[in-house]
Design a protein around this ligand. Structure first.
Ligand code: AR6
Length: 174
C-alpha cells in the first residue's frame, strides 16, 4: 500500500524522491518561497522549459526536468490564492495534489516530494490546507498505486505538527 510520510525542513534536500512538486504561480517563471528555493537548487536550465509552457492555470500542473536536483522531474502546481474559501479554493487545491500524483504516475514516478501548496504567500489557512492536501493525496495514491510514497515536506514545526494531527484525525497511516 502507498504511504504518506511527513518530513520537516527544506524540500530541495530530499534525496529519495524521484519527483518534486513545486508551489508555483500561473506565470511559471519562479518566485519566492518554495518556488524560489526549487528554482535556485535546480538551476537556470529549467527556465526555458517553464517558459515554453506559456503559464499554467490555477489548479493545474506542468512538468519540467529537474535540472541539478537529484529528482527526475518537477511537477509545477499552481495553488489558489486564499480569498475566504468561497471561490473554489478547496477544489482548486485538491486538484493540484490529484494532478501532481497523476502526472508523476504517468511518467513512472514512485516517490513524490510535495510542499504545503498555497499555505505561504497564498495565505491558505494551514489546518484547512492540510485536510485538503492529505485527503486529495490519499485519494490519488489509491488511484495510482504505482506511486508508492507521497513525501510531504513541512517547512516549520507548526506546519509539521498540524499535518501530523490532521493525518491522525483522517486515520491515514504512515
Ligand atoms: N521547502 C519546503 N517548504 C517550503 C520551503 C522549502 N524550501 N520554502 C517555503 N516552504 P509558498 P504558496 C513552505 O509561499 O503559498 C511563490 O512566490 C512555506 O512555509 O512557497 O503556494 C510562487 O511563485 C509554506 O508552508 O507557496 C507563488 O507566487 C509552503 O511552503 C506563490 O509564492 C508554501 O508556501 C505561491 O504561494
Amino acid at each position: 500500500m502507498s504511504r504518506i510520510t511527513l518530513h520537516l525542513g527544506d524540500i530541495t534536500t530530499d534525496g529519495e524522491a524521484d519527483v518534486l512538486v513545486n508551489a508555483a504561480n500561473s506565470g511559471l517563471l519562479g518566485g519566492g518561497g518554495v518556488d524560489g528555493a526549487i528554482h535556485r537548487a535546480a538551476g537556470p536550465e529549467i527556465l526555458p522549459e517553464c517558459r515554453a509552457h506559456g503559464g499554467c492555470p490555477t489548479g493545474e500542473v506542468r512538468v519540467t526536468s529537474a535540472g541539478r536536483l537529484p529528482a527526475r522531474f518537477i511537477v509545477h502546481a499552481v495553488g489558489p490564492i486564499w480569498h475566504g474559501g468561497e471561490r473554489g479554493e478547496p477544489e482548486l487545491l485538491a486538484s493540484c495534489f490529484e494532478r501532481a500524483i497523476a502526472a508523476a504516475a504517468e511518467r513512472g514516478g514512485r516517490r513524490v516530494a510535495l510542499p504545503a501548496i498555497s499555505t505561504g504567500i497564498y495565505r491558505y489557512p494551514l489546518e484547512r490546507a492540510a485536510h485538503v492536501a492529505l485527503t486529495a493525496t490519499a485519494r490519488a495514491l489509491a488511484r495510482h498505486p504505482e506511486v508508492v510514497e507521497a513525501r510531504f515536506w513541512l517547512f516549520d514545526e507548526r506546519a509539521h505538527a498540524t499535518f501530523a494531527r490532521v493525518r491522525d484525525d483522517l486515520g491515514l497511516q504512515e
